[in-house]
Every structure is written in C-alpha cells, then in structure tokens.
Design a protein around this ligand. Structure first.
Ligand code: FE2
Length: 243
C-alpha cells in the first residue's frame, strides 16, 4: 500500500534521524547505564587455536567451552553490572576476593569468568609447555613426595568433587596444598573453606570433558596433565611464594 505524502515525509524524517551519527551520546538513563556496563568486563581471546590442545582437549569441546560457556559467564556478569553500577568500580580479582558482599549470581558468574581465564592460561600447545622449575619441583617433593604423588592426589580430589567444580594446586603459607571448590568458587574467594593462591587448576564440570571422555572423568584428569603450561605455573609459583 502506498503511503500518503505526509506519512512518507514523516517516515523519511525518522529514518534520517536514526541514520545520523549523533555528535554526542544521547543523555538518557538507559544509554548512560547500559552502554558502559555491556563492555565493562571483557572476555580475552583464547590464547591459542581451538584445536591447539588436541588430542587431549578436542576442538568441539574447546569451541563450546570458550565460545559458549565462558562467554556466558562474562555476558551474565555484565548484565549484573548493568543493574548494579557499583560492580563496575571493581576489577574482576577485586570482586572475587570480596565475593561474600555480593549475591550468588555475581559469585557464580564472576567466578566462572575468572576461573576460565586462569584455566586457559594453565594449558599451552605442544612446544610451549616447559617443565616444572627446580624451585617448584623441590616444593612439590617436600609437600607431596614426588610429582607423580601430587598428580595422584590432585586427580583423586578432582574425581571426588561431587557434581560441578574445580580442583586446585594452591600456595598456602609457603606450602603447596591440593583443594577443591564447588560450582565456580575458587581459593581466592573469601567464602571458601580452603583459601590460598592458586597456581594450577582443572575444570571438572562435565562441559569440560563430556564430549570426548563421556562419564570418564578420571581419564580426563589423567590425560589433562599432558597439556599443562608449566612455564605459566612456574611463574605463578614464584609470585605466590613472594607473598
Ligand atoms: Fe568450564
């Protein structure tokens, strides 16, 4: 149906107004609160290709894990920022360390965002992984007896974690300790039982392994050690021991 000349003129005027680039942002409550919040916490790029950890971590799992699960934690955290602008005055580590002040939705999504950032950097492609440093190995032998015994304790803890969660190697008062957390909690949070500085952590949510390993979490935990980025873990250990 043809528009009347008057209606056509009005339509063009509205279209023209939307097409113009405003010289300054519209000063409305909606644009003032939503626009900055949507960008406040930003998911960093995956530090390697989706297929870089094959065959231990399959490409399809990595695509979903980084591109859907991890992204959703950031998206949901930014939605909370949009409705509570006080959150925007904190960094992600600051939120994590005082997480008891915030509702569960912030705890879960801030935890999910931080934990996965930490997790991606805990792994590396072949040729970039390195080995445990002499200083780290000495500490591992003092606290666990050997690297193999550490792996066994870590994997056993990860296997026993009921439902979704994480297993960690943390520095606590100058010593290494294995711990677990449920859901997206981590050892930096002020709400967890076993606190410390994490230097290595594995995601034992089913989304981390189910496509390739199905219900065999123990197999995933065992194979996962092949992709550990010891160069990064050594660096974290050195930093944690200075605290
Ligand atoms: Fe995950």
């Amino acid at each position: 149906m043809l528009k009347s000349p008057l209606l056509l003129a009005a339509t063009l005027a509205i279209g023209s107004a939307y097409a113009q680039t405003p010289t300054k942002p519209a000063n409305t409550a909606a644009s003032a609160s939503v626009a900055p919040a949507a960008q406040h916490f930003t998911q960093a790029p995956l530090p390697y290709a989706n297929n870089a950890l094959e065959p231990v971590i399959d490409t399809a799992t990595m695509e979903l894990h980084y591109g859907k699960h991890h992204k959703s934690y950031y998206d949901n955290l930014n939605k909370e920022v949009a409705s509570n602008s006080k959150l925007a005055s904190h960094t992600l580590p600051q939120l994590i360390q005082s997480i008891s002040k915030y509702p569960d939705v912030v705890r879960n999504n801030a935890g999910g965002a931080w934990n996965h950032d930490f997790f991606w950097a805990t792994m590396a492609p072949d040729g970039q992984r390195g080995e445990p440093s002499a200083a780290l190995l000495k500490r591992i032998e003092a606290d666990f007896g050997s690297l193999d015994k550490l792996k066994t304790e870590f994997n056993t803890a990860g296997g026993k974690q009921f439902g979704s969660g994480w297993t960690w190697l943390i520095v606590q008062k100058g010593k290494l300790v294995v711990s677990t957390t449920p859901n997206q909690d981590n050892p930096l949070m002020d709400v967890v039982k076993v606190k410390g500085t994490p230097i290595l952590g594995n995601d034992v949510w089913e989304h981390a392994y189910y496509l390739k390993y199905n219900n065999r979490r123990a197999d995933y935990l065992k194979e996962w050690w092949q992709v550990v980025n010891w160069n990064e873990v050594n660096k974290r250990f050195d930093e944690a021991m200075k605290k």
